[in-house]
Design a protein around this ligand. Structure first.
Ligand code: GAP
Length: 463
C-alpha cells in the first residue's frame, strides 16, 4: 500500500522554471531556432550547481571509501554489449498512438493514470479498449514495443558503417571492464566501480522539464559481491542513498521507498527499491537500487567468451560476482535539490520597518553555485579598488561573484535568488575601520569582520 504523500504545490514547478530561466540556471535548448522539444541547457549557475553535485557524489560514493573506484567508459560501445545486456531486445517502452489527434503515449503511463482514478478496482483487469486518448478521448492503436536506444553508425559512409548505439546507461562499461579494473587495481570483493556520464534514451514521452529528457547524466555504481549476505550489502547502499539525500537537503517526508514486487521487477533482479519523490506533478521515481544477481557478468561472459569469474584468495572459491547497483540521475538530483531549496519569505528591506517578499534558494552551502558575492556599496573609486582586490584574493580559494550594479538591496535579492550563502559589502566605513560586512543568506544577519581576516573567515565557513 502506497503511503499518501501530498505533492509539493503544483505551481512550484512553474516558479522554479521561471527563476531558472531568468537567472541563467536552466534555459531551453536551441532556443534561437525555436527550441528542440524537451532539450534543456544548463547556463552558468546551473552548470556550477551540476558540477558541485557531481563532486559531492564522487566524495560520498567513491573517494570517502576504500572499496569503490572510478572509471569513465566510452559512450559508443561494441553493439554486442547491448545484445548481451538485453537492451537490444528488451529496452523498450509500450507505445500507443491516438487514431484521432495522432498524439503518442506510453501505454504503462495511461494504465497507471487509470489506477489512480476513483472507483478503480485493483482486482479487475483493465479492458484496454476502455482506455481513450487523455487529450481528445479518441480511440487508441494497439500497443507496440519501441526500442529506446539511439542508433547511429561509425565510419564516414552511413550505409556501409557498422551500426552502433549511444549508451542508454553507464553500467555496461563497469561490467565489460570489470576484470581489467579488478586486476589492475588489485581489488578484492566486495568492491565497486562507479561512473558519472551522459546517457541517451529516445523516450516516448519526455517531459516535466528536466525530469524526463532524452539525454541525461547517470551517477551509477556497480558493487561486486559474493551472493552470500547480499541482503546486508543492499541495506548498506540504501542507507548510503538516504544519507546522500539528507546531504542535499531533501526532507524525509517528501520521499517514499517503494519496494518493487516480484512480478514488477526485472526478471534478473531479486530485490529492487525505487526511491520516489513527491514532485509537484506527483510521486515518481528519483533513484533506483537493485540487486541484479550475477545476470550481467554471466551474460557478458557468455556473449564475449571472456572469463569474468573471480577467485577468492582466501577460500579459493571461483564464482561469477553478483552485483548491487545504486543508480542516480543527475538532472533529477538537480531538480529535487532546487525544489527543496526554493523558499519565498517576508524579509526586511533597507527601509526602516518595511518588508517585501524575497525568493531565496537555500542550497546546502557546499552545493551553492556562487560561494561569496563581493558588493561595493557605491561605484566610487575608493570602494571599488579594495572591493576588486578582495574579490580577486577570494577567487584563489572560493567561487566568487563581483557585482557593483544597482542598489545594495536589489543586489542582495539577486544573490538570494541564486542561493549565494555569503555577501561581503564594502562601505564608506571600511576606509576608516578596515572592516567589511558579511551577510548570511538564511538568517540575513550581518557581521562586521576585519578586512585582513575576512578571507580566512570565509574559507572556514566552507571547510
Ligand atoms: N542501470 C540502471 C538504470 O539505468 P534506470 O531506472 O533506467 O536504471 C536510473 O535509470 C536513473 O536514471 C533513474 O532512477 C533516474 O534518476 C534517471 N533517469 C532515468 N530515465 C531518465 C530520463 N529520461 N531523464 C532523466 N533522468 C532519468
Amino acid at each position: 500500500m502506497k503511503k499518501e504523500i501530498k505533492p509539493l504545490e503544483p505551481d512550484l514547478m512553474d516558479k522554479l522554471m521561471a527563476l531558472c530561466k531568468h537567472r541563467g540556471f536552466i534555459i531551453p535548448g536551441s532556443e534561437i531556432y525555436g527550441g528542440l522539444a524537451n532539450s534543456w541547457d544548463f547556463g552558468p549557475y546551473g552548470a556550477l550547481l551540476k558540477q558541485n553535485i557531481r563532486r559531492a557524489w564522487l566524495k560520498h560514493f567513491v573517494t570517502s571509501r576504500d572499496d569503490v573506484v572510478l572509471m569513465d567508459s566510452s559512450i559508443i560501445m561494441n553493439s554486442r554489449v547491448w545484445e548481451a545486456s538485453g537492451h537490444l531486445q528488451n529496452f523498450t517502452d509500450p507505445l500507443v498512438d491516438c487514431k484521432k489527434c495522432k498524439k503518442r503515449f506510453r501505454a504503462d503511463h495511461l494504465l497507471e493514470a487509470r489506477s489512480l482514478e476513483p472507483g478503480y478496482d485493483k482486482e479487475k483487469p483493465v479492458d484496454w479498449l476502455e482506455i481513450k486518448c487523455p487529450e481528445c478521448a479518441g480511440d487508441l492503436t494497439e500497443v507496440r514495443q519501441f526500442n529506446l536506444m539511439f542508433k547511429t553508425s561509425v565510419g564516414p559512409v552511413a550505409e556501409s558503417g557498422a551500426v552502433v548505439y549511444l549508451r542508454p546507461e553507464n553500467a555496461a562499461g563497469m561490467f565489460t571492464d570489470f576484470k581489467s579494473i579488478q586486476q589492475s587495481m588489485r581489488q578484492r570483493l566486495p568492491f565497486g566501480i562507479a561512473q558519472i556520464g551522459k546517457v541517451f534514451r529516445n523516450e516516448v514521452t519526455p517531459g516535466n522539464w528536466i525530469f524526463r529528457t532524452r539525454e541525461f547524466e547517470l551517477m551509477e555504481l556497480e558493487y561486486f559481491i559474493h551472493p552470500r549476505g547480499w541482503e546486508k550489502v543492499f541495506d548498506m547502499w540504501l542507507g548510503e542513498i538516504k544519507s546522500w539525500l539528507k546531504s542535499l537537503g531533501v526532507r524525509d517526508e517528501h520521499l517514499y521507498f517503494h519496494e518493487i514486487e516480484g512480478a514488477d521487477r526485472a526478471h534478473y533482479s531479486k530485490r529492487t527499491v525505487d526511491i520516489e519523490y513527491n514532485y509537484p506533478f506527483g510521486l515518481k521515481e528519483l533513484y533506483g537500487l537493485a540487486y541484479r544477481t550475477d545476470f550481467d557478468l554471466s551474460q557478458h561472459a557468455k556473449t564475449s567468451g571472456a572469463d569474468l569469474t573471480y577467485t577468492d584468495p582466501v577460500t579459493n572459491e571461483t564464482f561469477v560476482p553478483h552485483v548491487v547497483e545504486p543508480s542516480m540521475g543527475l538532472e533529477r538530483t538537480v531538480l529535487v535539490t532546487m525544489l527543496e531549496a526554493y523558499h519565498e519569505e517576508e524579509a526586511p528591506t533597507a527601509e526602516e520597518g518595511a518588508t517585501d517578499r524575497r525568493v531565496v534558494l537555500k542550497f546546502p552551502k557546499h552545493l551553492a553555485p556562487i560561494q561569496v558575492a563581493v558588493l561595493p556599496l557605491s561605484k566610487k573609486e575608493e570602494l571599488m579598488g579594495p572591493s576588486q582586490s578582495l574579490a580577486q584574493e577570494l577567487r584563489q580559494h572560493l567561487v566568487v561573484e563581483y557585482d557593483e550594479t544597482q542598489s545594495i538591496g536589489r543586489r542582495y535579492r539577486r544573490q538570494d535568488e541564486i542561493g549565494t550563502p555569503y555577501c561581503v559589502t564594502i562601505d564608506f566605513d571600511t576606509i576608516q575601520d578596515k572592516a567589511v560586512t558579511v551577510r548570511d543568506r538564511d538568517s540575513m544577519k550581518q557581521e562586521r569582520v576585519k578586512i585582513t581576516e575576512v578571507v580566512g573567515y570565509l574559507i572556514k565557513k566552507y571547510s
